[in-house]
Write a protein that binds this ligand. Structure first.
Ligand SMILES: [Zn+2]
Length: 337
């Protein structure tokens, strides 16, 4: 999983290894080196690092390390992070600049200050690993009074193109109910706040109608997919090992998304929209639309819940169910999440 473009860093890695006398040879899409596991006395290079450098695996002992972890031990130049070969924030900033420059003035709905930083750590129930894999950034824009509101930002990489992105206000920067405040007053204040500061703010010219998030994070075919409404539900599912994609709001369903699902080799679709009247009615329409081409299943969520809210018990049940559906296919998509 990654930022969409799987960059080929093989040459860089081979140069780094050979500079310290460590044999490194390309084999298929991997770079093979002697296994860095101190407990494995490797005489024949058995450790393969994928061309992006993000995943390394020993075919003999099962040891797992990224290129950067191995580089740290050997004192080599790293790929990612400060001083690394690839500055992901700069790469995304220039992709966003190019994306926004390509929009016509008619497309421009929102202009958002470009203050990106790599997201560090977790968010809500999410693990740092899943956020890293989704190329998550820290973003910020200004309130009317000139103070900052901070957001967590996910870019929409699709077929190696940036098609937009969305930033959600972090809970710390949302209004909290004051002790002296009635629930009604707080509700009104919250409504005013979101009118000036949308909960989700998109890149200007966002192509939400064409996006299934996070499409490029699945490098392999995806025979079964859970279709959800929003990014946070989707990320929660990915984090617990359930293959999921978000349609980015019920108003953004389109035939393009049907074609995208076919393109990923989808055979079965589980529609798991929010447990509210809008979600249920949209679900019925989309199920009818998908029915001819896919084996469609429905997960009816309890009132007021979305997939993000599912309890551990539900998640366990759902994962089992989805894995069983996928077991009919010669592919283990648990690796995809
Ligand atoms: Zn090994």
């Amino acid at each position: 999983m990654g930022r969409g473009q799987v960059q080929d860093n093989s040459e860089f890695m081979i140069r780094q290894f050979t500079s310290v006398g460590q044999p490194a040879v390309p084999k298929g899409d991997d770079v093979m080196i002697l296994c860095p596991n101190p407990q494995h006395d490797d005489s024949n290079p058995s450790f393969g690092i994928d061309k992006s450098g993000k995943m390394g695996y020993c075919f003999a002992c099962g040891w797992k390390q990224s290129y950067d972890q191995v580089a740290e031990k050997l004192g080599l130049q790293k790929l990612f992070g400060e001083g690394g070969k690839i500055d992901e924030v700069k790469a995304l900033q220039s992709a966003i600049a190019a994306f926004e420059a390509s929009q016509t003035s008619k497309d421009k709905k929102l202009i958002v200050p470009r203050m990106l930083k790599k997201w560090q750590g977790g968010f809500k129930k999410f693990s740092p690993e899943i956020l890293h894999a989704l190329d998550t950034q820290a973003w910020a824009d200004y309130r009317k009074d000139g103070t900052l509101v901070r957001r967590i930002f996910w870019p929409f990489w699709q077929k190696n193109q940036l098609l937009g992105g969305t930033g959600r206000i972090i809970p710390e920067d949302e209004p909290k109910r004051r002790k002296t405040e009635s629930p009604e007053t707080f509700k009104r204040r919250l409504k005013d706040f979101y009118r000036d500061n949308p909960k989700y703010r998109n890149l200007s010219g966002n192509k939400a109608k064409r996006v299934l998030f996070p499409y490029d994070s699945y490098e392999d075919l995806l025979p079964v997919v859970l279709l959800v409404e929003g990014p946070t539900s989707c990320i929660r599912m990915l984090d617990v090992g359930i293959p999921a994609m978000a349609i980015l709001g019920i108003r953004n369903w389109s035939s393009t998304k049907k074609t995208l699902l076919l393109g990923k080799g989808c055979k079965k679709v589980v529609v798991a929209f929010d447990g509210d009247p809008a979600g249920r009615s949209a679900r019925d329409d989309i199920v009818a639309d998908l029915d001819e081409l896919f084996d469609v299943h429905v997960l009816d969520l309890p009132d007021g819940q979305d997939p993000y809210d599912l309890s551990d018990k539900w998640i366990k049940w759902l994962r089992k169910k989805v894995y069983r559906m996928g077991a009919e296919f010669p592919f283990d998509y648990r690796d995809a999440a």
